[in-house]
Ligand binder design. Structure first.
Ligand code: SAM
Length: 294
């Protein structure tokens, strides 16, 4: 319930509403109406994204990749699926580890950039335009074909995730794993604001950095900027952890790896004191999961 007297406004978390309406039980239709916007926006942003990201920024290099590489434990010759591959920066890393990579993305512009960046030295990589919500398209990749699958920092960009988890299960070989990294839904989402506080306590000047979370339980779509200066804000889909993981567990996966990732206190400071960096070494902006097919 929202209360307002004209001068004050309280914004409730809304979890009660969502639970009463039963929307937390599944994700099958939650944000399907935004699918076309996602495709349009990522096409509009593809050139900017590619130039800014290149072969990876600190989020990829420091937070995501070390755990991703460990969780995937790729062996030469293995078939690996790179889901929502963007400009292919992780596809090339997988290819250089000796994997045979199939990489796909919803945005044609991203796949065009990925192909342009990739050379024979990056290994065996096949890029495709495909929507992770397209069940037939996914199954056509080949059942029980892949030793592992990766989705690096993209599940929260997808309007629907249930078709992906359900079909991915049959694309993986028995024992195959699905590794995915995401913005941490508790601390790195539109309703989690970063702050700094300054105090003079017993003559000591103390600055404390933290995150205030005003809303978590209710899934939501909000538009934001992945990269400062990008042409068009993109839809972000917030899903609480239980909703997200239950989609995977319901598909049959078991979880056997999880790491929350924060920048170390020794990481070089960025341009803004409230940007993710060493000031937030106690708060993880990224979480990485490893699910396994039985
Ligand atoms: C933040 S980028 C991450 C790209 C890449 N994984 C990386 O780490 O650089 C998110 C990507 O998800 C893609 N995407 C969003 N929804 C998708 C969907 N339903 N199917 C496939 N790709 C999708 C976007 O086009 C975009 O390239």
């Amino acid at each position: 319930m929202t209360e307002s007297n004209g001068r004050e406004r309280t914004v409730p978390a809304g979890a009660g509403d969502a639970q009463a309406a039963g929307v937390r039980a599944n994700d099958t239709t939650a944000f399907a109406e935004f699918r076309d916007e996602v495709e349009r926006v990522w096409n509009e942003n593809s050139a900017y994204w590619d130039e800014y990201m290149g072969e990876g920024n600190d989020f990829v290099n420091v937070l995501c990749w070390p755990v991703t590489e460990k969780f995937l434990a790729v062996e030469p010759g293995q078939n690996v699926l790179d889901i929502a591959c963007g400009n292919g920066l992780t596809s090339r890393r997988l290819g250089r580890l000796g994997a045979r990579v199939v990489a796909f993305d919803l945005a044609e512009g991203m796949i065009a950039r990925a192909k342009r960046r990739t050379s024979a030295a990056d290994g065996k990589i096949e890029f495709r335009v495909l929507d992770a919500g397209d069940e037939q398209g996914l199954l056509a990749l080949g059942q029980e074909r892949f030793d592992s699958a990766l989705c690096n920092m993209a599940l929260f960009d997808m309007a629907e995730i249930e078709p992906l988890f359900r079909n991915l299960y049959s694309l993986l070989k028995p024992g195959g794993c699905f590794v995915f990294s995401m913005v941490h839904p508790c601390f790195n989402q539109a309703d989690a604001t970063r702050y700094s506080e300054f105090e003079d306590r017993d003559g000591e000047l103390i600055t404390t950095y933290g995150v205030r979370v005003s809303r978590y339980m209710t899934p939501s779509m909000q538009r934001g900027l992945a990269l400062r200066g990008q042409p068009t804000p993109q839809p972000y889909f917030h899903r609480p952890l239980d909703m997200l993981l239950n989609v995977g567990l319901k598909a049959g996966f078991v979880m056997n790896g999880i790491e929350e990732r924060a920048f170390p206190a020794t990481h070089p400071p960025g341009r803004h004191e409230l940007g993710w960096g060493p000031n937030f070494s106690e708060i993880p902006p990224v979480i990485v999961f490893r699910l396994q097919r039985q």
